[in-house]
Write a protein that binds this ligand. Structure first.
Ligand SMILES: Cc1cc2nc3c(=O)[nH]c(=O)nc-3n(C[C@H](O)[C@H](O)[C@H](O)COP(=O)(O)O)c2cc1C
Ligand code: SF4
Ligand code: SF4
Length: 264
């Protein structure tokens, strides 16, 4: 099974690649969590040959909160030496996301065999100083992604795991063990989304939000409660580019992976 979460399509593309390479079905984590709305998510492995994959975006040098919560709620049965892998997509640096995920899975008695990261176009635009990649950088990352995935698939097939398949640019401890906890504590749950007059009331933002934060009222979206995990799905996937985050996002580009084009 390939459990995945993806806000703007990068991790979805990776999950599909893995699903094809290892003939394992795909499972959207937000869909599964919506379906099983209790405190725990139950999943039973079909047999000892089933491979398990967790695919998600790296957020603030740690696993995206949707995936972290899923792992914490997961009640897995039938694990008998099955291979378990995690893949984080990131703009350029995943810090010690691997260590955080390994520890979380170990807490559920799920041993992680290997972690990989893949460089993909950046989608973080909710803070001053951060924006989407210039077109030539985005295009280069997308062009190199199949090669990167082939290296990951080969590493898994040959059981030859290398640190070079994990992207780190330095100061990983500070990023993952100081900034990531601060992000979870201070940033997640706060949001200042708003719509402009360009909104065409299509409702897609509410449909793609993994936390149910967006409610359509009188044909317009409203962001409610404190569950927003800042995944950026709503702001990037709005077909009318009608969503802004305070003034911080004004004038910045929007991004969706080609795998989502036409999925409205
Ligand atoms: C809240 C947030 C934090 C992010 N933090 C990082 C980061 O620490 N390092 C990084 O390289 N990219 C970071 N990014 C970029 C994403 O990891 C990257 O664009 C990812 O491939 C998006 O995947 P998706 O399209 O499946 O959502 C961040 C994006 C968001 C929305
Ligand atoms: S996705 Fe954009 S256009 Fe559609 S309802 Fe939301 S804000 Fe309006
Ligand atoms: S409101 Fe937008 S950024 Fe927040 S969780 Fe929902 S889709 Fe993600």
């Amino acid at each position: 099974m390939v459990f995945y979460f993806s806000a703007t399509g990068n991790s979805l593309w990776v999950a599909q690649y893995i699903s094809n390479a290892f003939n394992e079905p795909l499972c959207s984590v937000p869909d599964l969590m919506r379906k099983q709305s209790s405190d725990c998510i139950r999943y039973t492995l079909r047999d000892k040959t089933e491979m398990l994959f967790f695919v998600f975006p790296v957020h603030s040098w740690g696993p995206a909160l949707v995936m972290l919560r899923f792992i914490r709620e997961l009640q897995l049965s039938g694990l008998k030496g099955n291979s378990v892998f995690a893949i984080g997509t990131c703009g350029d640096d995943c810090g010690y996301t691997d260590r955080i995920v390994r520890k979380e899975l170990a807490g559920k008695c799920i041993p992680l065999e290997a972690f990989f990261s893949l460089k993909m176009p950046n989608n973080y635009i909710l803070m001053r100083g951060f924006g989407t990649d210039p077109d030539h950088v985005k295009d280069e990352k997308l062009a190199l992604a199949p090669q990167g995935m082939e290296r990951i698939v080969q590493a898994i097939k040959t059981r030859n795991y290398s640190e070079s398949l994990i992207l780190r640019t330095g100061m990983s401890w500070l990023k993952s063990y100081v900034v990531y906890p601060a992000f979870k504590h201070f940033v997640v749950g706060r949001q200042s989304f708003r719509t402009t007059d360009a909104c065409i009331s299509c409702g897609l933002c509410a449909k793609v939000c993994p936390t149910g934060t967006i409610v359509m009222r009188n044909g317009k979206p409203e962001w409610q409660g404190k569950d927003c995990v800042q995944c950026t799905a709503c702001i990037h996937r709005c077909p009318a580019k009608a969503i802004e985050f305070g003034r911080v996002s004004v004038g910045k580009g929007r991004y969706v992976h080609p795998v989502l084009s036409g999925k409205r």
